[in-house]
Write a new protein. Structure first.
Ligand code: ARG
Ligand code: ZN
Length: 849
């Protein structure tokens, strides 16, 4: 069944449901092609709601029978759900429906993955399981009975009965349907236990397919650390007797916080030293924490409607970033988050897909699980905390949990606790939730009679979503340095509220060097006309770790921009600054590795476009190669010592210390490979006993145009490991030279292991092509065509993943007219595809603008 003409849903149209749901009983009789779902739901009319229309969502369901208080009824059924005449007193609704999990390739609702049953209900998947008021403000207590010939039968809450082919689960905590989950299959548990702060024991399990049980230990440790951290830092205790995590191979996103039964993309939980990189380990730790933290920020307190998605996601991303900062290095985490924000959120906020952190309309909510809602949503919370201070933040959170436990809330509820605790008027701050676009903040300075004055002007470029942006509240952290690098003024948070505003620092003996936007205290583009000498000074001396990194980043960006647009040579300040960083053994290796990394080519394209020139992907690629080569030569003498210093003799640990050394070693190896034709990379490849070293070496070889033999060996070694083979697919495409990337991607789509219906494999292949900037934007448009071909093919099978991947085209207006025409032609070709999904239709029409 195809979608009808798209309708737009508006925040302003919110209206509550006319009934309370007192309880829900579900019985599943599992069968791959014909699962029967019996529901028994107790409804009570809500006297406070005038509109008492009884509408239940339902999609792709075959209704067998429906009853009200035991009497068979004949509801009016459409593609979207049913309506039925109902009593105006409490009543029991019963329905039996039949569904087809094996035919559910969209991976939404109840579906099958590698022989197991699993569910994904957020945001609107429960309506594909049974008829229900599938909206987050309808919360109820669920009891779930599962019948099926599977050794493991799981649902939310606590187990009440577990026997052969039969289980009953009861979740005492009222929840919206999007948190429902069911899993059944031949699974093995990696078990453990946790005792909560009040002494209650909790059984923990990570459930996996046989063969994967050796990849659970790290995830389990991350779970226990998360549980302890949420008690210690937020005072949040776990609230069920069990906590189950299941690893699933076919999954559209990273993971899902279903109450007591988190379902994870296997890439977001399974890891062993041999198969997972340090980056994988860190991501797994963060995602486990994220989903666990949702138990309070999302589940106990949920969202009134999907416009409020950032209420749970922004806050939970913020919480997981705090957790990672505590477990690892806070500056390294902050820098990584900003790199990610600039790579994923800025393009969204600065292009046709721009939308506020709290959108005001949508056609398909799945299209709004975005970097803006998640990552900018988290930045907004970070700013709020900076403005009110740590103590008030903690107090406001306590009030939020106490006041709203068990409720479905809004951003207004969230801000109200801060206003109450601090007495602040947050109405201007609230614009962060309603305005799209990245503010650009320009800085000017004056120096007169011992007074140093900074004048900031903020301007958010208008967009379709926000045609007339207003000034935002910006917390701008500033410190001042003296000529010898000493801090003459410690960090202070300047609170900017006007379009243009000055801040004076008095009583200074000499003109200072400012360190502005320390810690990236607001998600803005900072514009300051300065010279390479000031950047180099901050790179050498800034006492703020973030801004010290930022100074090096700015030097790199500026030299790459002039190299890409003229025949400028690599900037000497940059090369000397990096050499000093490499030599400075007092700096954390992980931090040094981040310093050495160059801005991404897509980020450079954005910077060039913002500065008024048309980015040329080949010239950017060439500039980036030239700069890396120059750095390799400049640092030639210190590289052997760095490589030696990063060698680890102890057994592998995926912790921040070892990972940092491997990261710095990897950055050094990439440089060395440019000087020794890959000799040391080949040696590292042969000696590697963990995936980080193995993959780093392989990636160095591939980027040098070598490593064909190792690539083939890698495949043979890992052909039975799905997650490692995803890396094998992705690496070849990401590391391909610009004129090879499309051909490599095309060849790989013909490989026997290209299971295109598996989202991880599809992303590893087509997603990697879109990440090879110069390769994707190759002048003949073949990169665009290959991606479009595959999006058209995937759309009828999995609209959600198709729609997400359309965002590869979101930056199209940056490029030259020829490329724009080529991209527009592909976008129009996708748009013209018969029966295109609602998801993809919305994305393409927004991108076309
Ligand atoms: N709530 C999940 C998380 O942030 C994401 C689930 C999104 N799923 C979707 N189909 N939109 O962890
Ligand atoms: Zn989340």
């Amino acid at each position: 069944m195809r979608d009808a003409a798209p309708t737009t849903i508006y925040l302003k149209d919110y209206a509550p449901f006319g009934f309370h749901v007192e309880s829900v009983h579900l019985t599943f009789e599992l069968d791959p092609r014909a699962t029967r779902v019996h529901s028994r739901i107790a409804f009570r009319p809500d006297p406070d709601v005038a509109d008492r229309r009884f509408f239940l969502h339902g999609e792709n369901l075959s209704l067998i029978v429906a009853r009200i208080d035991g009497e068979t009824v004949a509801p009016d059924i459409t593609d979207a759900g049913l309506t039925c005449a109902v009593p105006d007193t409490p009543f029991v609704w019963e329905a039996e429906v039949q569904i087809d999990p094996a035919g559910n390739t969209a991976l939404e609702g109840l579906y099958m993955s590698g022989g197991m049953y699993c569910t994904q209900c957020e945001a609107e998947g429960f309506r594909k399981i049974t008829y229900y008021p599938d909206r987050p403000d309808v919360m109820s207590v669920f009891t779930v009975e599962i019948k099926g010939p599977h050794p493991v039968l799981l649902s939310n809450g606590n187990p009440q009965q577990q026997g052969e082919g039969h289980a009953i689960w009861h979740d005492p905590w009222p929840k919206p349907a999007y948190l429902f989950a069911l899993v059944a299959g031949d699974l093995l548990a990696h078990p453990d236990s946790f005792t909560t702060c009040s002494g209650k024991p909790v059984d923990l399990n990570i459930w996996v397919r046989p063969g994967d049980e050796g990849k659970c230990a790290f995830g389990m440790e991350a779970l226990k650390k998360s549980m302890r951290w949420d008690e210690e830092v937020y005072g949040r205790e776990y609230d069920l007797d069990v906590f189950n995590i299941v690893a699933v191979d076919d999954f559209n996103m990273g993971a899902m916080e279903n109450k007591g039964l988190n379902v994870f993309n296997s890439s977001a939980v399974l890891a062993s030293p041999e198969t997972a990189t340090d980056a994988n380990f860190e991501r797994i730790e963060a995602i486990i924490a994220h989903e666990y933290f949702h138990n309070w920020t999302g589940n106990r307190i949920t969202c009134r409607d999907w416009f409020q998605l950032c209420l749970k996601e922004g806050l939970t991303v913020y919480r997981d970033s705090q957790f990672t900062s505590d477990m690892r290095s806070a500056p390294v985490k902050r820098i990584s988050d900003v790199i990610d924000l600039r790579a994923r959120q800025f393009p969204e906020d600065q292009g046709p897909l721009a939308h506020p952190v709290r959108p005001e309309s949508f056609q398909e909510i799945n299209n709004f699980y975005t970097a803006t809602v998640y990552e900018k949503g988290a930045e907004v919370i970070g700013m709020l905390k900076r403005l009110v201070g740590d103590a008030a933040y903690a107090e406001a959170l306590d009030l939020y949990f106490a006041r709203h436990d068990g409720q479905a809330c809004t951003i207004e509820d969230w801000l109200a606790v801060f206003a109450e605790v601090t007495g602040r008027d947050l109405s201007q701050f609230k614009r962060w939730y309603s305005q799209a676009g990245t503010p650009r903040v320009h800085v000017a300075e004056t120096w007169e009679n011992g007074t140093y004055t900074l004048t900031f002007s903020q301007k958010t470029p208008p967009s379709a979503a926000t045609p007339d942006p207003q000034p935002l509240v910006l917390p701008i952290d500033v410190g001042l340095l003296g000529a010898n690098g000493d801090e003459v003024r410690a960090t202070e948070t300047l609170e900017m509220t006007e379009a243009t505003q000055s801040f004076a620092f008095e009583g200074l003996a000499a003109k200072p060097v400012p360190s502005i936007l320390r810690g990236f205290s607001a998600p803005v583009v900072l514009e300051r006309e300065t010279d390479a000498a000031e950047r180099a000074f901050l790179l050498a001396h800034d006492t703020d770790a973030f801004n010290r990194w930022e100074a090096g980043r700015a030097l790199a960006r500026e030299t790459l921009m002039s190299m890409a647009t003229s025949d400028a040579a690599p900037d000497a300040d940059y090369l000397d600054g990096m050499l000093a960083v490499l030599r400075d053994d007092g700096l954390d290796p992980a931090y040094r590795a981040l310093m050495l990394a160059q801005p991404g080519q897509s980020e450079l394209a954005a910077a060039l476009a913002q500065s008024g020139s048309t980015p040329d992907p080949d010239a950017i690629w060439q500039a980036s190669e030239t700069l890396k080569q120059a750095l390799a030569q400049h640092a030639q003498d210190v590289l052997p010592r760095i490589l030696a210093g990063c060698r680890i003799e102890e057994p592998f640990r995926p912790d921040a210390d070892q990972a940092g050394k491997r990261a710095l070693g990897g950055a050094a190896l990439a440089l060395v490979t440019r000087l020794d034709s890959g000799a040391q990379a080949a040696a590292q490849y042969d000696a590697a006993d963990n995936m980080t070293l193995q993959l780093t070496a392989l990636s160095c070889l591939l980027s040098a145009g070598k490593g064909a033999e190792q690539l083939a060996g890698f495949y043979d070694q890992w052909k039975l490991d799905r997650l490692v083979i995803d890396k094998w697919f992705g690496l070849q495409i990401v590391q391909a030279a610009p004129d090879q990337a499309v051909g490599t991607a095309r060849d790989l789509t013909g490989h026997a292991d290209f299971n295109w219906q598996n989202p991880n494999r599809f992303r590893a292949t087509l997603g990697s092509l879109s990440m090879n900037h110069a390769g994707f934007h190759t002048a003949d448009g073949s990169g665009y065509a290959v991606l479009a071909d595959w999006l058209i093919k995937l759309d009828p099978v999995n609209p959600q993943t198709t729609a997400r991947m359309c965002s590869a085209f979101q930056t199209w207006k940056r490029y030259d007219a020829v490329r724009q025409d080529l991209i527009r032609a592909q976008l129009e070709r996708i748009a013209a595809t018969p029966d295109l999904s609602r998801d993809t239709t919305e994305m393409i029409s927004r991108i076309l603008g």
